[in-house]
Each structure stands twice: as structure tokens, then as C-alpha cells.
Design a protein around this ligand. Structure first.
Ligand SMILES: [Zn+2]
Length: 349
């Protein structure tokens, strides 16, 4: 806590705007403390009504600090003592007004000693806060040095905090803590919103990816392709196809073994005879854990070329027949189901 002369010399360095803010800050702070403490006391001592009733209706209407030249200002307590700082209270019921110093509260009103004590403590708290502000001004306080998370552009500051900043007044520790919480809350909300958005987008993309490319092309206007595709696939039985044995080891494919097996599985269970390279890519990505990275340039999955190579081999083996070829995709008819020679050998043993 500062001494009175330290306080005065610091106050002296402030701009008019800052001085005015401090005066207002003190009046408001003390008034709020006073009415809160009276209200609290009123609530706690509700049982003993009657005589104390007027005591609970005091209101602090002003707080005056006459400054360093106070002896000339002529402020006085009820008892005649000269004052630098004068509190003026008024009774809402009787209309009586009293003017006195901090320590004569109880002497000149009918409030209880306990209440008087807590009111004095409340006033001191506001004095401490003014000191905190003055010391921070002396230290060249800035918001940047509070190590706050970066403040979102669209965040609205709490009113009291905005008032401090607008008037070039440092924030109190309690305000900094509140601001930190507010920013965190704001960032968390934003993160949650973005996550929800990402999740919706993923779900949407997944829904699209689940549909073979041919369906997308023919059903662009479909509102919910996911539902359609699910239903469509569930209703359609797998066509009865001959099984062809293929030696995949000889093919020297770039696709990993597990995904080669997966492609066979996809083709064998495909509900229609038309299939495409892209459709297989998305099946691999969605259901077999294949890499979902995309080429930014042509919006194709990075696994596309590896899958395409296997499709070419399957055409050579007579499993598939190429029906349409473009830069974006290749479409095939499924001529037969396919199994690996390895599987056949395993079955033999
Ligand atoms: Zn007095």
C-alpha cells in the first residue's frame, strides 16, 4: 500500500482524463461496496426487525477526497474534526444526511459496530485498488505484458474492462484474470464451433465418398446421397459371378498387399456390374484405412494411381472390362469375381 504522499505525487502525474477516471472509480467503488455490505447485513439480520430498520437504509451518496490541500477545503466530520476524505450518507427512510470521516461511521449512524467495521474494510479495498492502478501506471503497465492468450478480433470486452482501457487506465489483477477467462471461453467456443463445422463437413464428404462416382454423376441433384446409397446397396443383391484365379504376386503392384486383398473383396461384393477406379479408392479410404490425402491439383486421392495400376492388371486378367476412360476416372464392367492363386493354394492344403 502506498503512503498518502506517494499516492498524491503519483496522482499528480496523471492526465486530466485519468484523474477524472480515478475520482469516478473511487466514488463508484465505495458506493458499491457500501450498498453491497448494507444489503448483505440486511439479509443476514432479517430476524431482528424494527429498531434496526432505518440502519439498513443508509446509502453512500458521495465520497470526496479534498486532495493534498485539504485543510483549506474545509471538509468536516459531524463531530467537527477536519477531514481530507469525507463520506456522505443519506437515509432512504428518514431522509437524514450525514457527513463524516472513515473512522466515525458508527459514531454518527445507528449501524452496528460489526457492519461499520466491514464497511471500513470495504472502503479500504477500493483504496488498495486505486493504489494498484497507480503503481501499474508508474511501472508503465501495458495489456501486452499480461501474457494473455491472443485476443480474438470479434471479442467484446466486459464493460468495466473496456472503460479502463479506453481511459488509459491499467487493469486490476482481478480484471486481468476475468479477461483471461473470457478469452479462453471465447476461444473454446470458437474451437467448438469450428470442430462442429469440421465434423459436419467430414460427415458430408464421407456421405459423398460412399457413393460410387457414377451415382454422383447421375444424381448430383440428390439431396442426401448417403441415405440413397446405403439403401440402394442394401437392397441390391450381389450379382452371381464366376470366380477367376489371378496370381497377384506376378503383377508387381504398388498397392500394399492388404489393399490388394481389399480391392478383390470390394469387386467381389460390388452390387452392380459397373465400377470405377475412384469408387474403389473411396471404398479403400472409408472402409480399409487407406490414405485419404488428396492431390490439390485434380482433387483425386493420392492412392488413385496405385489403384489404377491394379485395375489395368485386372483388365489384362479378364476380370474387368474398361468401358470409359477419362483423366478424372476410369469406368469398368465387372466380368468375374476374382481370387488370388495364393488363396487357392491355401485352400488346397
Ligand atoms: Zn466525527
Amino acid at each position: 500500500m502506498l503512503t498518502q504522499s506517494e499516492r498524491d505525487s503519483l496522482l499528480d502525474t496523471l492526465s486530466e482524463n485519468q484523474k477524472e477516471f480515478i475520482v469516478h472509480f473511487m466514488k463508484r467503488g465505495k458506493r458499491t461496496q457500501f450498498s453491497n455490505l448494507i444489503a448483505k447485513w440486511k439479509a443476514e439480520s432479517k430476524s431482528e426487525e424494527g429498531t434496526e430498520d432505518t440502519a439498513s437504509n443508509w446509502e453512500l451518496i458521495d465520497y470526496i477526497d479534498a486532495g493534498p490541500d485539504w485543510s483549506a477545503a474545509g471538509l468536516q466530520c459531524e463531530c467537527g474534526r477536519k477531514l481530507r476524505r469525507q463520506y456522505i450518507v443519506s437515509n432512504k427512510i428518514t431522509g437524514v444526511t450525514h457527513k463524516f470521516g472513515r473512522d466515525h461511521f458508527q459514531d454518527h449512524t445507528n449501524i452496528s459496530p460489526e457492519l461499520a467495521k466491514s464497511i471500513i474494510k470495504g472502503f479500504d479495498k477500493i483504496d488498495f485498488e486505486m493504489d494498484e492502478i497507480l503503481i501499474k501506471i508508474l511501472d508503465g503497465w501495458s495489456l501486452e505484458n499480461e501474457w494473455l492468450p491472443s485476443i480474438p478480433d470479434n471479442m467484446v470486452f466486459p464493460k468495466d474492462i473496456a472503460e479502463h482501457l479506453e481511459n488509459d487506465i491499467p487493469l486490476l489483477e482481478r480484471q486481468v484474470n476475468r479477461l483471461r477467462d473470457e478469452i479462453r471461453k471465447h476461444l473454446k467456443e470458437r474451437e467448438d464451433n469450428e470442430q462442429a463445422k469440421r465434423f459436419r463437413e467430414q460427415k458430408r464428404l464421407k456421405a459423398i465418398k460412399r457413393v460410387p462416382i457414377e451415382n454422383i454423376l447421375s444424381e448430383v441433384t440428390q439431396e442426401n446421397p448417403y441415405e440413397h446409397s446405403e439403401k440402394g446397396q442394401a437392397e441390391q443383391p450381389i450379382p452371381n459371378r464366376n470366380m477367376k484365379s489371378v496370381d497377384f504376386n506376378k503383377m508387381r503392384l504398388s498397392l500394399p498387399k492388404e489393399h490388394q486383398d481389399a480391392v478383390r473383396n470390394i469387386i467381389n461384393k460390388w452390387p452392380s456390374n459397373d465400377i470405377s477406379t475412384l469408387a474403389i479408392c473411396w471404398e479403400l479410404i472409408n472402409n480399409y484405412g487407406a490414405n485419404s490425402e488428396m492431390y490439390a491439383t485434380n482433387k483425386k486421392p493420392k492412392i488413385y494411381m496405385d489403384v489404377q495400376l491394379m485395375m489395368n492388371r485386372l483388365v489384362e486378367e479378364g476380370v474387368l472390362q474398361l468401358t470409359s476412360k477419362s483423366l478424372d476416372n476410369c469406368l469398368y464392367s465387372i466380368l468375374s469375381a476374382v481370387k488370388s492363386v495364393e488363396d487357392q493354394q491355401l485352400n488346397l492344403f
